[in-house]
Design a protein around this ligand. Structure first.
Ligand code: PBG
Length: 325
């Protein structure tokens, strides 16, 4: 045998030299849930180890992440039912606790990268990402609402906005509104290939944001489709997206790979709540070892081509692997 692949695996030093994929905390974004109030930290039933924070405890948590070198966050608000309505007016209200919280975070930690989700569902009495008229999730009437929400978030200091609503034309519409209002520097992390997935369950528990009727299949992508992701990628790119995202991540590694090959923009992948919950459950039962399964999982997403990974395990990764892997 002239060729023996095992020769390169003999020692840690050799394996180190032959390492193809690296992952460090700078690639990670930590999704966090915010609720109004004080001194609160409530665990999400279907995603143990992940919490909803009131603004004061959230600031402590962000500080402790920053000490670990984890400085990228995406926030989601848990809004009280009585503040939800058909047109998501609370999303741009000057009273909005979420916007006030963002302002405070950027005041305390100007060096962090703060990202906001853009979609109507946390604020909508219908629990849909777009406006509902006579049972239909209407596209064009939703765009001005998303633009208003985006401008309010940019004004609150968010560095990037992540439209997750999957309405057609929203990236360009939001880009234009931001530019007109003087927010040319605010970036757009487009949820480009967001699938109508069963993996969002714990997230909807966290925000109590499940659709009141119907499902999201008329706007989120069909899980059978891969080439269609290229159409979304072309549009988001032409409309001014700064990064493209695939969501979920683990069940769509082929789509991550495809977009990485076809696009020159940074590719992000969202390791979503249900995907994290699966691993938590197996590890909680003692069936898998978290300290090994977690980094292997994140590496698979990176190897598929993700530059950036949004994961509920971001802080635990930072704690365990301060030097990266
Ligand atoms: C809302 C939104 C969802 C997620 C991110 N933004 C849920 C949905 O589309 O129903 C899911 C994230 C996760 O499951 O971790 N537009």
């Amino acid at each position: 045998m002239f060729r023996r692949p095992r020769r390169n695996r003999q020692s840690a030093a050799l394996r180190g030299m032959a390492t193809e994929t690296h992952l460090s905390v700078q690639h990670l974004v930590f999704p966090m849930f915010v609720l109004d109030g004080q001194k609160m930290r409530s665990e999400i039933r279907s995603l143990p180890g992940t919490y909803r924070y009131s603004p004061d405890t959230l600031l402590y948590e962000i500080e402790s992440c920053m000490h670990l070198g984890l400085s990228n966050f995406i926030l989601f608000p848990a809004v009280a039912d009585q503040l939800k309505d058909k047109t998501a007016t609370y999303s741009w209200s000057p009273e909005n606790f979420y916007l006030k919280t963002a302002r405070e975070i950027k005041r305390r930690f100007p060096e962090c990268c703060l990202i906001s989700d853009v979609a109507m569902d946390p604020y909508s009495s219908d629990g849909h990402d777009g406006m509902v008229i006579d049972g239909e999730i209407v596209n064009d009437e939703t765009l001005p609402i998303l633009a208003k929400m985006s401008v309010a978030q940019a004004a609150a200091g968010f560095d990037m906005l992540g439209p997750s609503d999957m309405m057609d034309g929203r990236v360009g519409y939001i880009r234009q509104a931001l530019d007109e209002q003087g927010f040319a520097k605010t970036g757009i992390l487009a949820y480009t290939a967001k699938y109508a997935s069963a993996m969002y369950g714990p997230f909807r528990d966290a925000l109590d944001s499940a659709p009141k009727s119907g499902d999201k299949k008329s706007y989120q992508m069909n899980p059978t489709n891969k080439r269609e992701a290229l159409i979304e990628a072309e549009l988001d790119t032409a409309e001014g997206a700064d990064m493209l995202m695939v969501k979920p991540a683990l069940h769509y590694l082929d789509v991550i790979h495809l977009l990485k090959e076809k696009s020159h923009l940074p590719i992000a992948a969202y390791h979503v709540s249900g995907e994290c919950a699966m691993l938590r459950a197996a590890c909680g039962n003692g069936w898998l070892d978290f300290d090994r399964a977690m980094p292997e999982t994140l590496l698979s997403i990176r190897r598929a081509g993700a530059d950036v990974i949004l994961t509920y395990f971001a802080k635990e990764f930072a704690e365990r692997f301060p030097e990266g892997i």
